[in-house]
Ligand binder design. Structure first.
Ligand SMILES: *Cc1c(COP(=O)(O)O)cnc(C)c1O
Length: 445
């Protein structure tokens, strides 16, 4: 066995290997961030970049005109879903979904980090080549001089699908050459959609990490190549972190305070960790110990759980445990967590729970039935969160430790739904049919 696994308790290791859904609590929650970690000023900068590029975005994507060029999603109260899944003894707690499945253009949470990184690269190039002045209107990036410049460069990325959609579409819209390296688990419709946008799709026989490695190597060999490195990108991370400020504004508008007497719980699907990590980092910078962030991972791919539980700086992968990293949740099919993000999450994430593929389909079906919201499997991973927290021994231990039991009636629970609005109708129909069958079997069992 891999040496680093010895720091995971045998009981936890056995449950992970048996693929039993579980909630793991992070013993290092609240410790100090590593030296040299990003800070609030870095999030300010990302936030400011998205604001100053809003005019450009509205110009490039007419569907953003109604939001003045900001890419944002609604925070929706989900009372019917809460009634069907929730704990009826806590009637005043409120469940919401943060609907990143409906983020415009990219249809997933990847719009946040991906657009930010491509915009940052475009600004940098244009500044260096005197196509853009420092305080100049960013709409110049859609002009002829900028396009001529960008056409000489290739933006590439390795992805299981959604990051490719985000980067590919944004890069192509600005006139970059664009290449997306995809793993075998990437869905056919995602590849087709990219090709239709003029993006070159390269398919790799291996998993997500292999697609990333191949893309990275190819891009490094190209002097005019720029690689968006999902395993190690600060620009992605900071783009995700901006979501926290937007969410804070939405919570305030809905009169949902976040403080000692009003805890905020976030449940968010985790792949390599960039999206949930960046969002958590942003939320912690605003709400400190009053926000409690839990990640959701497939039982076959609990890469962040394993890395954090091992507590090692050396990388640990789910393959080291004998897990196969095969899941219908293509966005979460990652064997090894980001080495940029996992050290930051060591002090910030409250815990990680795991979910079977069957549960994903049951949730996705229930959410469609109760709220009319259509999700892809990855995006349904967070819905067991409130149940884990309030009805498991581990969750109750967490609430006791944190002194939260008497405040649960005034809690806000947010399940982050991370993708789905671009999924073709026939695929949704298949997801729903499968969820319906599994839900019926569950009721019979
Ligand atoms: C990418 C993705 C995630 C997780 O984001 P990571 O940055 O990989 O952790 C969750 N849900 C969906 C639908 C995704 O595409």
């Amino acid at each position: 066995m891999n040496r680093t696994l010895t720091s995971i308790t045998p009981a936890l290791l056995a449950r992970l290997q048996k693929r039993t859904p579980l909630l793991w609590l992070n013993p290092a929650l609240g410790s100090a961030l590593p030296e040299g970690s990003p800070c609030a000023a870095d999030i300010d900068e990302a936030d400011a970049r998205l604001v100053r590029c809003a005019g450009l975005m509205a110009h490039l994507f007419p569907e953003l005109q109604s939001s003045a060029g900001l890419v944002e999603s609604p925070l929706i109260r989900v009372e019917k879903l809460q009634q069907s899944m929730g704990n009826t003894t806590e009637p005043d707690a409120a469940w919401f979904i943060k609907s990143d499945h409906a983020l415009p253009i990219a249809g997933s949470v990847k719009a946040r980090g991906g657009f930010h990184e491509v915009l940052a690269f475009a600004e940098k190039l244009a500044l260096e080549h005197n196509v853009l002045a420092h305080d100049g209107d960013r709409r110049v990036l859609a002009g002829d001089a900028a396009r001529e410049l960008f056409a000489q460069y290739t933006v590439s990325v390795g992805s299981t699908g959604n990051l490719g959609l985000s980067i590919g579409v944004m890069a192509a819209a600005l006139g970059f050459q664009s290449v997306v390296h995809m793993s075998t688990d990437a869905k056919a419709w995602k590849k087709d959609r990219l090709r239709n946008c003029g993006v070159q799709v390269v398919e790799h026989a291996g998993d997500y990490a292999e697609a990333v490695a191949a893309g990275r190597a190819q891009s490094l060999a190209d002097p005019k190549g720029y690689f968006v490195d999902d395993e190690n990108s600060l620009m992605l991370f900071l783009g995700y972190a901006v979501a926290a400020r937007r969410l804070a504004t939405q919570l305030a508008a809905l009169n949902r305070p976040v403080d000692a007497a009003h805890p905020l719980f976030i449940y968010i699907p985790c792949g390599v960790g960039g999206a949930p990590g960046g969002i958590t980092f942003g939320l912690k910078a605003l709400f400190f110990e009053h926000v409690h962030c839990f990640f959701a991972e497939p039982v076959a791919s609990p890469c962040m759980l394993v890395q954090l539980a091992a507590g090692e700086t050396a990388p640990v992968s789910v393959y080291d445990l004998g897990l196969d990293n095969r899941t219908e949740a293509d966005g979460l099919a990652v064997g090894q967590a980001s080495h940029l993000v996992s050290p930051l999450m060591q002090s910030q994430v409250s815990g990680v729970f795991t979910v079977t593929d069957e549960q994903l389909y049951v949730h996705l079906h229930r959410v469609a039935q109760t709220e009319g919201v259509l999700l892809e499997p990855s995006a349904a991973a967070g819905f067991d969160g409130p149940r884990w927290l309030t009805r498991s021994d581990e969750g109750q231990a967490y609430l006791r430790q944190q002194g939260l039991e008497r405040h649960m009636a005034s809690a806000t629970h947010i399940v982050w739904t991370t993708g789905g609005s671009l999924v073709p109708r026939e695929e949704h129909e298949q997801f729903q049919a499968r969820g319906q069958v599994l839900a019926a079997q569950g009721e019979l069992a």
